[in-house]
Design a protein. Structure first.
Length: 416
């Protein structure tokens, strides 16, 4: 193994940042090729252990893996370089797209293009659901956990953090009788590093409270909480985020929320950058372009600074954490519950894209479609996306591009 210079590290992760399309699986494969196959920076075992470790943490595992690689090679400075450059290109593209969208989001031509993107998002989320279900639902109890999680969030409106906590507790106590694999004692936690990064992460909260900035304080507090419960990838928390952003706080409407995810799917970097898009649209609605940029920067801070905190605090504990079966059991249970949560997200997207109107029925206010409001153009585009992604196995970016052009074509003929 060799250790690169910081300049080499920066050049490599700058390139990875711009090429990191296609979701976490594609991003992790890209990092493996760059840092294991083409450059002897990590061994196969080191890379796989790092990936397993990052999957234990809340937040985007690909970004945290990049941060870990940088940390292992050049300490905290290396982690900042690799993690920062992995996120920066996508954040820049999202900032430009959000500003454009805020200005022309209601133009008919753009609406037709976005209809193709939205229809594709339905299938993208369904594809993610199927992949995760194949890996996570390994027994009857895991299937039951997924069903309970879906029922809890869809029918009973149980908050996502409560579902994560309950699933983790179930998985932890289910493995109570299993002892950890014996091994060397784990290094002591870097308490000073933890204190510094925790203080940096949460510093905006008291400052915004003292400044009386209610909207920005609400944004910061919500996305700080979201960063702690983002287990199972971005799709897992999108339903929870949509509920708070659309239904509870009214920062965006359902169409804007779906557009945010669709546009985030077309950009490099982690999908959780959708939070930046949401923050920018919220800021723009309250104060124009400058407020949008400020809200976007705040959202990025509250979303990604904790990723550095988790890595710098726990990276020295990798072997010890991976040797704890009860922790692994808790993670497995959370992942199974996330399958049910993502099923709810799939249903939420499908209802709001395929139908012009939805209504609430029953004592628990279940969301159901108004059948007469089915949009034939949206249904046709969703079928096209399904054929491309699921049957022909085309890439996400190609499918998004084809469906966006198909939407534009339907719009040109007045059909979308």
């Amino acid at each position: 193994m060799t250790s690169p210079t910081r300049a080499d590290l920066a050049r490599t992760f700058h390139r990875i940042g711009w090429l990191s399309f296609g979701g976490p699986a594609a991003q992790i494969a890209l990092m493996h090729r760059e840092c294991v196959d083409e450059r002897p920076w990590l061994t196969e075992r080191q890379f796989l252990n790092a990936l397993s470790f990052c999957m234990l943490l809340p937040g985007p595992e690909a970004m945290q893996l990049a941060t870990y690689v940088g940390w292992r090679l050049h300490g905290i400075a290396g982690g900042l370089i690799a993690g920062g450059l992995f996120v920066a290109p996508g954040a820049l593209v999202i900032a430009v797209l959000a500003l454009i969208y805020a200005q022309v989001g209601t133009a008919p031509a753009l609406d037709a293009v976005l209809l193709g993107v939205k229809a594709t998002v339905i299938v993208i989320v369904l594809q993610a659901l199927l992949r995760l279900a194949r890996k996570a639902l390994t027994g009857a109890d895991m299937w039951g956990l997924a069903l309970v999680a879906f029922t809890a969030i869809y029918a009973l409106s149980v908050p996502f953090p409560a579902i994560v906590a309950a699933a983790a507790a179930y998985g932890w106590f289910r493995g109570r009788g299993t002892d950890a694999v014996p091994g060397a004692a784990a290094p002591a936690l870097p308490l000073r590093t933890i204190a510094v990064w925790a203080a940096l992460w949460l510093a905006p909260l008291p400052l915004l409270w003292l400044a009386g900035s209610e909207l920005y304080l609400a944004l910061a507090a919500f996305f700080a909480k979201l960063a702690v419960v983002t287990f199972g990838g971005a799709y897992a928390v999108l339903a929870y985020m949509s509920e708070v952003v659309v239904e509870t706080n009214g920062w965006l409407d359902a169409g804007q929320m779906i557009d945010a995810l669709g546009l985030a799917e077309t950009t490099p970097g982690p999908l959780i950058l959708v939070t930046q898009f949401v923050g920018m649209l919220t800021g723009h609605a309250s104060g124009g372009g400058t407020a949008a940029l400020a809200a976007g920067a705040l959202t990025l801070w509250m979303t990604f600074v904790p990723c550095f905190l988790w890595i710098f605090a726990l990276a020295g504990q990798v072997e010890a954490l991976l040797a704890r079966p009860r922790l692994q059991g808790a993670l497995s249970a959370v992942t199974a519950a996330v399958v049910g949560v993502i099923l709810n997200l799939s249903l939420w997207f499908a209802l709001h894209v395929l139908f012009a109107s939805v209504t609430e029925v029953g004592p628990t206010a279940l969301t159901v479609p108004v059948p007469d409001s089915l949009d034939p153009a949206a249904l046709a585009l969703a079928i096209l996306a399904g054929v491309l992604l699921l049957a022909l196995r085309r890439g996400v970016v190609m499918t998004l591009a084809i469906c966006a052009m198909a939407g534009a074509g339907l719009g040109a003929f007045g059909l979308a």
